[in-house]
Design a protein around this ligand. Structure first.
Ligand code: NAI
Length: 314
């Protein structure tokens, strides 16, 4: 059977990674860009990454690197790129006018069955897709960089997106091994960046107010909270840190409210505080060579007994 076909619009950082994800899933991929040079370098880069990963035994999918590479072709003609595609993932620069222009062009050439999906990090679907003839087929599938290694995809519908578009996108993401999550309605920052900004703003206030050094603040996350959050989410943490969520609320709601009421206003992210956050910063190399020796994961049952305990050398 002919493999299903997808089109990737824009062959930069994100487009390349999506192409690899789909090829690993056995999909035929047409990679489109306005710049031939970008396509040439994308193909070279993808080939190198796939070959390296194959050598180290971490290439995704059931196909060899050569088989996956054979599934990817490049093209500078938009109509030819989307011909036969059942799913189109747009990955052009984060610029509303540019993206609107591209979706406007796609709107004129696609049929009624293809899904028009955008990788946008923060443009709301209502800004991007309103007025398009095929708005029911439009959706945001926001990846996390690089999608080949980080599976989360935020699926954000336009108010007029057909539920079947959301369902099909969700199913497709699952099929290619990503970890899709659905937003029931659009909201600024989607969810990942809202959570990220909540953490950044409190980190910023704490350092800005001199409560902690920037280096120590980062350790609180990388050697503390972050280790937990790599495995369980904040709501599951509530569930596991007490005898369930309602018990957690009984125990900690008052304390949480007390602390939360001391949070300051939204920071300006400018002025003196920028210097404070900048100081004491170890160089990049030090950050990257720092490796963990081991990992301990513990989840508790509601009765307080350890549920999962894992310990592994990296
Ligand atoms: P990039 O700048 O690396 O790549 C953009 C590509 O689009 C370039 O190859 C460029 O030649 C091409 N392009 C420009 N105009 C075009 C047009 N009219 N038609 C077709 N291709 C065109 O950008 P990047 O980082 O890959 O971002 C792409 C999208 O993904 C953006 O919306 C961004 O917000 C989103 N995103 C980016 C993440 C990141 O960490 N870089 C993470 C998640 C989403």
């Amino acid at each position: 059977m002919e493999p299903s076909q997808v089109a990737i619009i824009g062959s930069g950082l994100i487009g390349r990674s999506w192409a690899m994800v789909f090829a690993a899933g056995g999909f035929k991929v047409k990679l489109y860009d306005i710049a031939q040079q970008q396509l040439t370098s994308a193909l070279e880069n993808i080939r190198k990454q796939m070959k390296d990963m194959e050598k180290s035994g971490v290439l995704k999918g059931a196909l060899s690197a050569d088989q996956q590479l054979a599934l990817i072709s490049v093209c500078t003609d938009l109509k030819a790129a989307v011909e036969g595609a059942t799913f189109i993932q747009e990955c052009t620069p984060e610029n509303l006018e540019l993206k609107k222009k591209i979706f406007g062009q796609l709107d004129l050439i696609v049929g009624d069955n293809v899904i028009l999906s955008s990788s946008t990090s923060c443009i709301l679907p209502s800004k991007l897709f309103t007025g398009l003839k095929h708005v029911k087929q439009c959706i945001v599938s926001h990846p996390v960089n690089p999608p080949y290694f980080v599976p989360l995809v935020e699926i954000v519908p336009h108010p007029e997106t057909d539920p079947s578009t959301t369902e099909r996108t969700y199913a497709l993401m699952k099929k290619i091994g990503q970890s899709p999550v659905r937003l029931n309605r659009e909201i600024e920052g989607f969810v990942l960046n809202r959570l990220q900004y909540a953490v950044i703003s409190e980190a910023w206030r704490l350092v800005g107010e001199g409560v902690m050094s920037p280096t120590d603040l980062d350790l609180v996350m990388s050697d503390g909270l972050g280790m937990r959050y790599a495995f369980i989410g904040p709501l599951e943490t509530m569930h596991l840190n007490a005898e369930g969520v309602s018990n957690y609320c009984e125990r900690y709601a008052e304390g949480m409210r007390l602390v939360l009421n001391t949070f300051g206003p939204v920071p300006e992210f400018s002025g003196e505080a920028v210097q404070k956050v900048n100081q004491e910063r170890p160089n990049e190399e030090r950050i990257f060579i720092k490796k963990r020796k081991f990992l301990v994961i513990q989840k508790r049952r509601l009765n307080g007994q350890p549920m999962i305990y894992a310990h592994g050398d990296q």
